[in-house]
Design a protein around this ligand. Structure first.
Ligand code: GDP
Length: 287
């Protein structure tokens, strides 16, 4: 899989994070609840040491609630880490981390000293939306396209918390390869970086294996076919995207599948579970 991760930006972000994390009392990482492992920045785990960490599983409205709960339990079982599943329609729940934070840094007397927190997140996970909700005002620009540069800023929050928002490009997991596909499906990686039709085929096969009922319902399928290619043909027929000769227009079908996943029209779907990640990491180590 050929991925160009804008090495210049990556280098700058790496340097800044390496310098700043040791000075922080708390790390807040915004993740995509549909892919809580793949949407982590790999440096956070290696630089964190004992620093308490809140993992915000954002976009929970799009994720499978049963799997989200498994992720929350999984993360909470790690020492010094707390997970909370939220979405932008739950501002009060997002702001509850402002009460959670002081309890995670017990040695600090917040009447006299500030709690320094850094907020991190790969593009498009909803970091800006989260910051604006925490601050109860617009301090960060939100948008749909992955951003590349931003100004570093310190945002004063209630409970004597100061939130550092880092600029630069925070890259997601590059390995195992499955992570790249999941990131591309979610929109965290631009559509052009990985072959779009391959990404949709990955999604098709994942849906067939894990959420066949959602496919049946959405595309009114009587049965789930044996292969992703056959599924593409079936969806193509349903949606009138056929080429001459009765073959589906794979690009159009790919767009339909990916867009409907991103909009939540396929239902609430999570692309990875803690168990799947464990298996994939083991396979990677052995290879
Ligand atoms: P950033 O790049 O991480 O700063 O992400 P933004 O805050 O700009 O959000 C990226 C996109 O995700 C925007 O279109 C938001 O409206 C959308 N978004 C953010 N949070 C949620 C959420 O909880 N649920 C859903 N469905 N969309 C969200």
């Amino acid at each position: 899989m050929a991925i160009n991760w804008y090495p210049g930006h990556m280098h700058k972000a790496k340097k800044e994070i390496r310098e700043v994390i040791p000075k922080m009392d708390l790390i807040i990482e915004v993740l995509d609840a549909r892919l809580p492992f793949s949407s982590e920045n790999p440096m956070v785990a290696s630089l964190r040491r004992d620093t308490p960490c809140i993992k915000i599983l954002n976009k929970s409205d799009l994720a499978d609630p049963v799997v989200t709960q498994r992720w929350v339990d999984h993360i909470n079982s790690t020492s010094g880490m707390k997970a909370i599943a939220v979405n932008l329609k739950q501002p009060d729940k997002i702001r509850s981390i402002l009460d959670m934070a002081p309890a995670m840094v017990p040695e600090r007397n917040l009447d006299v000293s500030q709690l320094k927190a850094i907020i991190l997140g790969i593009p498009n996970v909803g970091k800006s939306t989260t910051i604006n909700i925490l601050a109860s005002r617009t301090v960060a620009k939100t948008g749909n396209e992955p951003a590349v540069t931003k100004q570093q800023q310190r945002i004063k929050l209630p409970n004597n918390i100061v939130l550092l928002d880092t600029p630069g490009f925070l890259w997601p997991k590059l390995e195992p390869e499955d992570c790249g596909y999941r990131l591309a499906i979610s929109g965290a990686i631009k559509n052009t970086v990985i072959e779009f039709e391959d990404v949709a085929m990955y999604l098709a096969e994942f849906m067939m294996a894990h959420y066949p009922d959602a496919l049946r319902q959405r595309y009114q399928l009587k049965e789930i076919p044996e292969s992703g290619i056959e599924l593409f043909d079936m969806i193509g027929q349903r949606r009138g995207c056929m080429r001459r000769g009765g073959i589906a227009d794979t690009h159009k079908v790919a767009e339909i599948l990916i867009n409907e996943f991103r909009d939540g029209q396929l239902g609430r779907i999570t692309l990875e579970t803690p168990e799947m990640i464990e298996t994939q990491l083991k396979a990677m180590e052995e290879s």
